[in-house]
Design a protein around this ligand. Structure first.
Ligand code: SF4
Ligand code: MG
Length: 327
């Protein structure tokens, strides 16, 4: 069962003045068809840079993909020309971002904006593309799609604009949807609707979703598997259920403790003290050590390896290194 997306030892650095920011520093994971994989972590943990590297949307300079491999159904994306990559972005990977207002053009109607990629990437005739735009809007839940195509972005609510973005991402039947904080700007009810819609689409088309979010509530609701990122590295990789019930990495534990109370007796408002270290100045050894309540001297000696502690469960922490796997 070949992975749809296979990321291996990805490194993306930024060169600013005489400093090197190791924003993504050896990230590996895979996404299979039908799966929703979430990349989580605080802002600055490297999750968005990871997704932008996959899409090759890293501004260069100052950014550079230094090393690694990104394969989509076995095809190495990092070796493609910009022209070939544009095709992949239009046809094989769909993107959904946080703020639809900045991705939609205020001057053109929703219909014109939906039709454009169909003409450009799929070679459709304008008239057919317009009809297809109506169909796409219906697919994402616009009952009066014939009217919506004539409207401009400012005439729609935030949730509706995000639906339009999803329709745009779907226009070319992508195998993979990459969604970076897709619901962060929306209120809770609309957020749930958008997440449901994305899941529905994934199932119907047997595609996959790579969800980038800082919000563990979103993860709990949608992800099959979770990768927790910190300091440009994956620190824990586990099936969603396992991660929420048996978190192993101290950072994951901290993230879960800072989640709003979901009806359990323990007060869950404790947040992790301190801040994410800047990528040009990581501490020696474990990058989480300055904030970790279990930190000991050995933690600062070498970066811990990401180890498999159970099937499909990996952790990067010396508490789980060759000590029988028990904390
Ligand atoms: Fe904490 Fe040490 Fe594990 Fe890092 S390696 S997470 S400092 S216990
Ligand atoms: Mg981000």
């Amino acid at each position: 069962n070949e992975a749809l997306l296979e990321v291996d030892n990805l490194k993306t650095f930024f060169y600013i003045d005489d400093k090197v920011a190791r924003a993504v520093d050896g990230v590996s994971f895979s996404v299979h068809r039908g799966e929703t994989v979430a990349l989580v972590g605080e802002s600055g943990s490297g999750k968005s840079i990871t997704s932008m590297s996959i899409m090759q949307l890293i501004p260069s300079p100052p950014g550079k993909i230094e090393e690694g491999s990104v394969k989509l159904e076995g095809k190495e994306l990092l070796k493609l020309s910009e022209r070939q990559m544009t095709k992949v972005r239009g046809n094989e990977i769909g993107m959904i971002f946080q703020e639809p207002m900045t991705s939609l053009n205020p001057v053109f109607t929703i219909g014109e904006q939906l039709a454009e990629p169909l003409v450009k990437h799929k070679g459709m005739k304008k008239k057919d593309a317009k009809a297809e735009a109506v169909k796409l809007l219906k697919r994402v839940g616009f009952p009066r799609a014939e009217e919506t195509v004539k409207e401009h972005p400012h005439q729609l609510s935030g949730g509706m604009r995000q639906r339009v973005m999803i329709a745009m991402a779907l226009a070319c039947d992508p195998k993979l949807l990459i969604a970076d904080e897709p619901t962060t700007a929306l209120d809770v009810t609309i957020q749930a609707q958008i997440l449901d819609l994305m899941q529905e689409i994934k199932e119907k088309y047997n595609s996959a979703i790579l969800m980038i979010t800082h919000d563990l509530g979103v993860v709990a609701e949608t992800a099959d598997r979770v990768l927790v990122m910190y300091g440009g590295q994956v620190v824990e990789n586990a099936p969603s259920k396992v991660l929420f019930t048996e978190p192993k990495h101290p950072y994951t534990e901290g993230l879960l403790d800072s989640m709003p109370d979901v009806g359990d007796e323990k007060e869950r408002l404790e947040s992790i003290k301190g801040t994410v270290p800047p990528a040009h100045n990581f501490p020696e050894g474990c990058r989480f050590a300055p904030r970790c309540k279990y930190a000991m001297k050995e933690c600062t000696e070498a970066v811990p390896e990401l180890r498999e502690i159970a099937p499909n469960h990996q952790v990067r922490c010396i508490l789980y290194e060759d000590r029988g796997g028990e904390k």
